[in-house]
Ligand binder design. Sequence first.
Ligand SMILES: [Zn+2]
Length: 302
Amino acid sequence: MNRRTVLKSMGGLVLSTALPVGSLLAAEKPVLRIAHLTDVHLKNDLGAPGNYVKCLHHVQQQSPKVDLILNGGDVVFDMNKENLNTIDEQWKLTHSIIKSECSLSVKYCLGNHDIWWNENSKGHTFYGKEYSMNQLQLPKPYYSFQQGGWKFIVLDSVHLDIDQTWYIGKLGDEQFDWLKKELETTDKQMPVLILSHIPILTATLMIEDDIVNRWTMLGGDMHTDTSKIIKLFYQHPNVKLCLSGHIHLRDKVVYNNVTYICDGAVSGAWWKGNRRETAPGYGLIDLFADGSFEERYVNYQV
Ligand SMILES: [Zn+2]
């Protein structure tokens, strides 16, 4: 039975028991409407700035109004393939567009392209996560906050692999312990939304070409500690929704009553149209007090 069916049958109840209609209408109203923008990959090229502005305007023209934007990472085009001046320009462009075109509050998550990994640049201002954290004014790469009766947990999925030269998706022990404590100390009635850049669980990786006789998944494409995280969520049924990006494809997987959404990309195929069957877009999500939600993927360019 979906939300609408429940409400319809409750409507019948109103007539027969004369419950105040206002209380039911209030229950139907979402407590928060959020827009999930991920993989913007902003640079001053490929029409990216104009389309990003178009996307931000589209979000702000929604009715009912959006209360909060979650930016799921890969904020700038790519910190690893550009020279230092270009990187700085990409961040400046990000700040100036948000300042002039967006009046909503934005919460950020770090993506792999927001982090400079180049081995030869260790010790450089740009190396690691600190530079982007400063740009985004994040005291820590993972954090939590509460709004509208929901708890939001923003994770840092991107860590160096054991060979220290490239990244994989994981939390690492310190962050995992923090997440465990965070969930333990959250009121069991308070619904939880998790935001990560790399998906914790996704089916999108099975839509790649060139499969010979087995699936290959790279540690950088999906979290490598999925089973550990899912076991933890199982102990906390108030975890309802996990949002991610990274793959630039849109999917929705439900496992143990937790919904995992990989929400496409604002940039589509890095500002060159659709990535496979997924058009450039963002997630629009209504959160309800009882932990339920309604959501859809919005193509802002049509
Ligand atoms: Zn990306």
